[in-house]
Design a binder for this molecule. Structure first.
Ligand code: ATP
Ligand code: MG
Ligand code: FE
Length: 332
């Protein structure tokens, strides 16, 4: 089967071609326009998707050396995400499927982040746990089958990626700050500053208290020394990153013990984080668990994960009709 995957839920326009379960291309057009605003501006995001969607698909076909007449089905992100952004991908997918008279496959973006683990040879076995950490979500997912997933823990307020991005904003860094925190953290001492670990019962998370404590910490130090951030940027980033990673991994370890599961995976944009990736490796080594970490290009938003999810739905013959509409909120 030849599946075309389309992703447009936030600020990445992406297209991918999957042939018999192998990803042959994954074109991602990033939107830089949002940097000037310190966050994604939905109205601008949908306009840029509109400009980029056709070139992204054309490039994905060229890279995969696939002719558009050979595509068997179109898989697209139905949600969750920004409605105006989703509409571009959904409308494109519908028009393409209608023109070629091929089936449409709707995909849940958060399921796709998890299913990114089925790209390539190193696949986890069911049931496994996936820590999905991104700009909008922080979830521990019990993955029982390709499309049978249960959220067993989640954030009660901010997402982990939001905590990264808000910290970087406090430090005066541009958006998105997660990759910059990662970059500076590599040069700093992670034990330089201690930020509190929230005491949240069960497998849930909270990051809003951490954000506030970072805000006050910076405010107080800058009051005493206006150059505090510049002088200590690497140490601050390393310490914040370590705290976020330990909050996440402590809960994941707790879940693994409670559910007696030995395959642990990371997914979502924050799984690109070096400290978190390293932390999971060490945790799994210590406990004799297996760790699964996606390649960088499959961590942040991409259409390859949509195409691979589409492939598994195609095998089951699960299609959707032309009346399908995007969903801004779309639980697993
Ligand atoms: P969602 O998937 O919840 O709808 P999203 O699609 O915006 O949200 P992703 O693209 O999966 O999210 O992830 C983006 C987030 O990942 C941002 O918050 C960004 O700062 C963070 N991020 C990306 N790379 C890194 C990194 N190396 N270290 C830390 N955070 C990172
Ligand atoms: Mg993004
Ligand atoms: Fe995402």
């Amino acid at each position: 089967s030849v599946i075309l995957g389309i992703e447009s839920s936030c600020d990445e326009t992406s297209a991918s071609v999957c042939v018999d379960g192998a990803i042959l291309s994954n074109v991602i057009a990033n939107q830089t326009i949002h940097e000037a605003y310190g966050g994604v501006v939905p109205e601008l995001a949908s306009r840029v998707h509109q400009q980029n969607i056709v070139p992204a698909v054309q490039q994905a076909l060229i890279n995969a050396k696939v002719n558009k007449n050979d595509i068997d089905a179109v898989a697209f992100t139905r949600g969750p995400g920004l409605l105006g952004s989703l509409l571009v991908g959904v409308s494109f997918a519908k028009a393409f499927a209608l023109a070629k008279n091929i089936p449409l496959i709707d995909i849940n973006h958060m399921q796709a982040h998890v299913l990114a683990h089925f790209i390539g040879d190193n696949k986890p076995s069911f049931p496994f746990l996936c820590l999905t950490v991104s700009g909008g979500h922080t979830q521990i997912v019990l993955v029982k089958d390709y499309f049978d997933m249960e959220v067993i823990g989640q954030t009660l307020d901010d997402a982990a990626g939001e905590a990264m991005d808000k910290t970087s904003k406090i430090l005066g860094l541009p958006y998105p700050g997660g990759p910059l925190i990662d970059k500076y953290a590599r040069l700093g001492n992670a034990d330089a500053y201690k930020f509190p670990e929230p005491q949240i019962p069960g497998l849930n998370f909270s990051f809003s208290g951490l954000k506030t404590s970072i805000l006050y910490f910076i405010r107080d130090h800058v009051a005493a020394d206006p150059e505090f951030i510049q002088k200590n940027l690497n140490d601050i980033c390393a310490s914040v990153e370590k705290r976020i990673a330990t909050i996440l991994l402590n809960k994941l370890a707790k879940a693994a013990k409670e559910y007696d599961i030995k395959d642990l995976a990371l997914a979502g944009g924050v799984s690109a984080n070096t400290g978190l990736r390293q932390g999971l490796l060490e945790l799994c080594e210590k406990n004799n668990w297996r760790s699964f970490i996606p390649k960088m290009e499959y961590c942040t938003d991409n259409a390859a994960m949509i195409a691979i999810a589409g492939y598994y739905k195609f095998l089951k013959g699960e299609f959707t009709g032309q009346g399908v509409a995007p969903l801004a909120r779309y639980p697993l």
